[in-house]
Structures are given as structure tokens and as C-alpha cells.
Design a binder for this molecule. Structure first.
Ligand code: HAM
Length: 416
């Protein structure tokens, strides 16, 4: 029995084969995501993995709705596995915003499900860091979100040579559409064409644009000029002041496929352009109002960063650390008569917070030592025969080969 296509199994390292997914690498990414979000003052939240279908049909847009893992549950409810976190967090904030000081800054690491065609960088489940700010309309919040995105990637060891944030603006495209006589009811359709323009042939895009009354050449000229709008200029200044100017560029190819964005939008890509987007986000000032039927009106913005492309990139650029079992001490039980006192030593070291391994069953000394080497343990420890009634611990530092004998508290201190 194999797992379903597009789903993953995560193994501890060393991995059983080169295509296996690493549980250690995933944890490394999650830990870095959490610590960076916390450095920016974001608080962690979570929501349900299964949601009412309506939550997504309201405003996520046709593409994502076409990829839903949806079904009718045993209570006859139309439900869907969550394909993204934004509608959930917008609903949660609308329901509880009075209890929180503004701006509300929250993050989460949900597993998301999209019934996509499986391909490089795209699976049917992925984990996504979501960082969002609610209740702040000023562009200072947009800059803060982009800075957090940059710092999250920097914290994983990536530099300005590895990735770039492509900044764009829905308003810029809105103005372009209006000044090119676009019909207001076709605006979203227009965004969908722009979203695909980079990957589509000029013929296909040109034909689609023509149906909307827009010239392909005008679109190309607009993108090529790349003139920052006043709001993008403010954003760029803010990031420059932090020393992060080299990580961003204005790029109107980006518009974002999701329906709810209203202002600044952006995507993170690897510099060489080998991979799909690492992250994407932007401002969505109307979604909270829409999902709360007009009861709560809060500006909002944020981004989502997936683990799939990120892991491919970290691997390709050699930015993943070497993962080991992280064992501090292997307690050697060389004589079965010492097993009881060895178990007491194991327990005392674990109580002190050390990661401790030992042989569960009788085993030859050299086999136990070999296992300590395989586990890349820092120390071996064994109970010294109890001649004068005081228990002693013989500790060996595996890398320096030096040995010490002392009491339990000395062993705890030496293995810190
Ligand atoms: P998104 O662009 O759909 O945005 O997804 C964000 C990132 O998640 C993508 O750049 C990609 O790295 C990853 N991702 C998406 N789908 C897949 C997939 N099928 N397999 C692997 N990775 C995937 C959103 O989801 C927005 N809700 C983000 C957001 C938060 N906007 C504001 N706040």
C-alpha cells in the first residue's frame, strides 16, 4: 500500500533513499519560521483543517476553488479541507478582534490541501507559514510584512544572491485596466490573464487580452517600464532604511491569482528562476468585511510561504544543516549486574535534560560503543563498580577521547 499521489511521508535522517522527505529538515524549517515570526512580535494561532465549503467559494477565486478537496460529510454539510489559511484567519479575527489590541499580528503553520496536478514544487498537501497583520492600513505594515518575509528566508541561510521579492500593486493594474477602457465586470478576468502572462505564449495571452479589449503590447510596455507607484516607492524607501533594499524589485508580472487582494502584492522567487514561487501575499482590505457580512471592517495583509519549494531551494543551494539524532550520552551497560544502577543513571541524566540512549537488552561492549558512534553521541557514560558504596560515573568524550571519573552531578555538569 502506498500513500496517495501528491502526499508525503517524512522520515528521520539518515533518509532511506534520496527522494525521501526529511522530517528533520521539516522541523528545521518550522523552528526557523516560528522564531523569526516571534522576533517580529507575531503570536501563533491555529484553525480547523476542515471548513465549510462556502468559506472558499466566497472570495478565494476560481483557480483555488477548482482545486478543493471537498465532499459532503455524514451530516449533509458541504465541506472542504483547507486549501489556504487566509479565509480562516479573516473569520477568526472578525469574530474576536475586540479582545485584541490593534494591529493584530498572527502567524500559523497549517497543512493545506489542494487537488493540483502533481509536479515539481506542487503537491496535494503542503505546509505553509502564514503571517498576517489586521487593523493597519498604513504602508508601514506592508513594509513590515515584506521585511518579515525577507528575514524568514535569511534566517534559513539564504542571501540576496539566492532570492528576490518581486513587488507589485493591484492598484497599479486597476489603474492600467481603467485607463485602457477595461470593463469593471471583467477586472478579475483581466487579473487572471496577467497572472499567467509570464508562463503563457504571447499568442495565447494576446488572444485572451483581445477578448477584454486590451492590447498585449500595452501590457508589455507597462511591465517593461516598471515605474513604481507612489505606494511602492514608500515601501521601497522603508525597506532601504532597514538595509533590505537589495532583496526587492518592482515587477508588474506579479498580480497574484487569488481574488481577494486589493493593494500591494508580492511574490518571493529564487534568483536563478529555477523554481516556482517560494511565497506570495499582499493586502486584502475587504475580506474581513466580506466574511463577517459587513459587521467588522478591518484592513488586512499577509503572506504564505510553502515548505515544498523552500526545501527544494535549500537543498539545491546547500543550505540545510547536517541532521543527527542529537544524542548527548550513550550509557553503556557492560555488565548485567550494573543494569539497575545504569537505569538510575539514564533516568538522572534524562531528568537533567540530556538526550540519552542505551541498549535495551544485553549486548557486547564493542557493539554498544559502535552504536554510540553511529548515533554521533557526544559522550558515553558507564557506572563504575560500586566498591566503597559511592556510585561513580566514567564519562568519555567521544571526539576528544578524554575520560573523567566523578559523581552524578559532575557527569550532569560535564554533559551540559
Ligand atoms: P499562494 O500563493 O496560493 O497564497 O500560496 C503561497 C505559497 O504556498 C506558494 O508561493 C507556494 O510556495 C506554496 N504552495 C501553494 N500551493 C502549493 C502546492 N500545491 N504545493 C506546494 N506548495 C504550494 C496563499 O495561499 C495565500 N493565502 C497567502 C496569503 C496569506 N496571503 C495573505 N496572507
Amino acid at each position: 500500500m502506498e500513500c496517495l499521489p501528491g502526499f508525503r511521508e517524512f522520515y528521520p535522517e539518515p533518509l532511506p533513499h534520496k527522494d525521501a522527505w526529511s522530517a528533520d529538515a521539516r522541523q528545521h524549517i518550522f523552528d526557523t519560521w516560528r522564531s523569526t515570526a516571534r522576533r517580529y512580535g507575531f503570536r501563533e494561532f491555529d484553525g480547523p483543517p476542515l471548513e465549510p465549503l462556502d468559506l472558499y467559494t466566497a472570495k478565494s477565486g476560481a483557480e483555488i476553488v477548482g482545486q478543493l478537496f471537498n465532499f459532503v460529510d455524514k451530516g449533509e454539510r458541504a465541506v472542504s479541507m483547507r486549501p489556504e489559511m487566509t479565509p480562516t484567519v479573516a473569520r477568526m479575527v472578525a469574530a474576536a478582534e475586540r479582545a485584541y489590541k490593534k494591529p493584530i499580528k498572527w502567524f500559523s503553520i497549517p497543512q493545506l490541501f489542494r487537488y493540483e496536478k502533481q509536479q515539481k514544487g506542487r503537491l496535494r498537501e503542503h505546509f505553509q507559514l502564514n503571517c498576517d497583520i489586521f487593523g493597519e492600513a498604513d504602508l508601514g505594515a506592508d513594509a513590515e510584512i515584506v521585511a518579515l518575509l525577507i528575514d524568514t528566508l535569511r534566517a534559513l541561510g539564504l542571501t540576496e544572491d539566492d532570492f528576490v521579492i518581486r513587488l507589485s500593486s493591484r492598484q497599479a493594474w486597476q489603474r492600467f485596466f481603467a485607463s485602457n477602457n477595461g470593463k469593471p465586470d471583467q477586472e478579475y478576468e483581466f487579473y487572471q490573464v496577467i497572472d499567467k502572462v509570464e508562463r503563457e505564449t504571447p499568442e495565447v495571452s494576446s488572444a485572451r487580452l483581445k477578448l477584454l479589449g486590451i492590447e498585449y503590447a500595452a501590457v508589455q510596455d507597462f511591465i517593461r517600464a516598471g515605474e513604481p507607484t507612489p505606494e511602492l516607492a514608500i515601501l521601497l524607501e522603508n525597506l532601504k532604511a532597514r538595509g533590505l533594499g537589495a532583496f526587492v524589485k518592482v515587477d508588474y508580472y506579479v498580480i497574484r491569482g487569488l481574488d481577494y487582494y486589493t493593494g500591494v502584492v508580492f511574490e518571493a522567487f529564487d534568483r536563478k528562476g529555477e523554481f516556482r514561487a517560494i511565497a506570495g501575499g499582499g493586502r486584502y482590505d475587504q475580506l474581513v468585511k466580506l466574511l463577517s457580512q459587513g459587521k467588522v471592517d478591518l484592513p488586512a495583509l499577509g503572506f504564505g510561504m510553502g515548505d515544498v519549494v523552500l526545501l527544494e531551494l535549500l537543498k539545491a543551494r546547500g543550505k540545510l544543516p547536517k541532521f543527527t539524532a542529537g544524542v548527548d550520552v550513550v550509557v553503556l551497560v557492560e555488565e548485567e549486574s550494573l543494569r539497575a544502577s545504569s537505569l538510575a543513571l539514564v533516568q538522572a541524566l534524562r531528568d537533567a535534560g540530556r538526550v540519552v540512549e542505551y541498549s535495551l537488552t544485553p549486548a557486547k561492549s564493542d557493539k554498544q560503543f559502535k552504536r554510540a558512534i553511529e548515533l554521533a553521541a557526544r559522550f558515553t557514560a558507564r557506572v563504575e563498580p560500586d566498591l566503597d558504596g559511592t556510585k561513580q560515573v566514567r564519562l568519555k568524550n567521544i571526539s576528544t577521547r578524554s575520560e573523567t571519573i566523578g559523581d552524578l552531578s559532575a557527569a550532569i555538569a560535564a554533559t551540559a
